[in-house]
Design a binder for this molecule. Structure first.
Ligand code: NAD
Length: 500
């Protein structure tokens, strides 16, 4: 059995806990590895290593740190196919999508390469007569990252490139469901010239996470995962004096106005709802057509497209499938359970993914794309995050009803409006209580040089990830106000007895 351990101080280190979690290949249902789950002491050791490395890493010039990241970017690009296969083998997503997430992660590395500019701080000359003021954006120390299963490359890369660029050291705790990719990234960071101990990977579960949330040497915690855990992370780490950004779950709605280009909207919905088997925090899981006619036409087109959805393994000879399996058998059962719940709640199950015949499925965790109609607020399939390939049509009588439905929802990660009307779009952008908004763009994930984050119960903490907020999160500001009394320049005659 392949064993996955830890990456500490520049080397692979065997776990000592004798506790392991299984890692599966979701396309076959076979266990491919087991991952060591770290003890409290092993996690403390990772923090100690990062803490020791901070003294020298934080003194390396920003330009040199950027050059290491630049080399890292080149190495990831050179190994992109291999990493994408690794992602697919543990997560299940199709190869092209795995490469896509790697590219989005690399864009954060590219942004972080600009750190000499980003970390310059501010300067004011003459805030008072002869008094200047300037700010230093100094690194924090040890930063920790805790990531979810659904983006084993991109989400860690939202976190560590900027933290390292700013001069921090890092302890990464990946999802135990697909831990191999961050381990591979650690090797490439070393190959790029990152000194040992600056980036460490500790594999584990709640036991090691709790150390990262409470150890006084950890200064900042970045978390991405489900809302209940995000809330726990935020509360616990904040109570221990750390700065925290904890991103949680989502239920993203896409409003389709009567004047929208329906073919464009349906094409966008198919990718946004079913891509990566719906296991994306920015997936669209609720389509909100405005008006009966829009709803009928949208439904008809979606049903036709669903019949063409290609479901199958993530790695195939020939063209990629549209969508792979779910991550684990447990998650597959959960998603199927939600489909049953929707039927019990009285929604109309228009397409039942549980009946899909998937070629070459074997014991893999496959379910086809599902479509519900007449979903209403108050139903669990509307209020809860399913995190699977299940799209709900929740009809709205008017634009105002659509906005209310979204604003009343507890999550506020992403949303979109499809329309040809600039006024409606503009109004939507201003009114909507959601952190990331698309106008005729179904998955409005901000680019790396902007910041990523939701509102309401999709994010705990004031700062979003990467972009300018990422730099703020990973540095603390020191503001210096200085005045120089007249000195050597004024002292022209050193030999005369001073008389006042
Ligand atoms: P999860 O919350 O189960 O796990 C996330 C991380 O927390 C993992 O590393 C896990 O080991 C750790 N963890 C789990 N239980 C814990 C506990 N009791 N105490 C401490 N740590 C614990 O999430 P997941 O199932 O891996 O990922 C899917 C979720 O992540 C979805 O809800 C999805 O919306 C969310 N997500 C959000 C974003 C975003 O940007 N908002 C992005 C990606 C994923």
């Amino acid at each position: 059995m392949n064993q996955i351990h830890h990456y500490l101080n520049g080397s692979l280190v065997e776990g000592r806990s004798e506790r392991f979690a299984p890692v599966y290949n979701p396309a076959t249902g076979e266990q491919s590895a087991q991952v060591a789950l770290a003890t409290v002491d092993e996690t403390r050791e990772a923090v100690r290593i990062a803490d020791e490395a901070f003294a020298s890493w934080s003194k390396i010039t920003p330009l040199k740190r950027a050059r290491i990241l630049f080399k890292f970017k080149e190495l990831v690009e050179a190994n992109a196919d291999e990493i994408a296969r690794l992602i697919s083998s543990e997560h299940g997503k199709v190869f092209s999508d795995a490469k896509g997430e790697l590219t989005r992660g690399l864009e954060v590395v590219e942004f972080a390469c600009g750190i000499p500019h980003l970390q310059k701080g501010e300067h004011s000359l003459n805030v008072g007569t002869g008094v200047d003021s300037y700010s230093l954006m100094q690194p924090l120390g040890v930063c920790a990252g805790i990531s979810p299963f659904n983006f084993p490359a991109m989400v860690p890369m939202w976190m560590f490139p900027i933290a390292l660029a700013c001069g921090n050291t890092f302890v990464m705790k990946p999802s135990e469901k697909d831990p191999s990719t961050p381990m591979r990234l650690a090797e490439l960071l070393k190959e790029a010239g990152l000194p040992d101990g600056v980036f460490n990977v500790i594999n584990g579960d709640k036991e090691s996470v709790d150390v990262l949330l409470t150890d006084e040497r950890v200064q900042a915690v970045s978390f991405v995962g489900s809302t209940p855990i995000a809330e726990y992370i935020y509360a616990t780490a904040s109570a221990h004096g750390k700065r925290v950004q904890a991103l949680g779950g989502a239920k993203n709605h896409m409003v389709v106005m009567p004047d929208a280009d329906l073919d464009q909207a349906v094409g966008a919905l198919m990718g946004a709802a079913y891509g990566s088997a719906g296991e994306r925090c920015m997936a669209i899981s609720v389509a909100v057509p405005v008006g009966k006619e829009t709803a009928e036409r949208l439904r008809e087109k979606l049903v036709a497209e669903l019949a063409k959805l290609r479901v199958g393994p993530g790695i195939v000879d020939g063209p990629d499938n549209d969508m792979g399996p779910l991550v684990t058998r447990e998650h597959l059962e959960k998603v199927k359970g939600y489909i049953a719940t929707g039927v019990e709640e009285g929604a109309e199950l228009v397409v039942d993914g549980r009946e899909a015949v998937v070629e070459g499925a074997g014991h893999g965790y496959f379910v086809g794309g599902s479509l519900f109609d007449h979903v209403k607020p108050g139903m669990r399939i509307h209020s809860e995050e399913i995190f699977g390939p299940v799209l709900a049509i929740a009809r709205a009588d008017s634009y105002d009803d659509a906005v209310k439905m979204i604003n009343d929802h507890e999550y506020g990660n992403g949303t979109a409006i499809f329309t040809r009307d600039g006024d409606a779009a503009r109004q939507f952008c201003e009114q909507i209580q959601v952190g990331m908004v698309g106008v005729n763009v179904p998955i409005p994930v901000p680019m790396a040089f902007h910041s990523f984050g939701g509102w309401k119960r999709s994010l705990f903490g004031p700062l979003h990830m990467h972009g300018p907020d990422g730099v703020r999160f990973n540095t603390r500001m020191k503001t210096i106000t200085q005045r120089w009394p007249s000195g050597i320049r004024a002292e022209t005659n050193h030999f005369t007895m001073p008389t006042h």
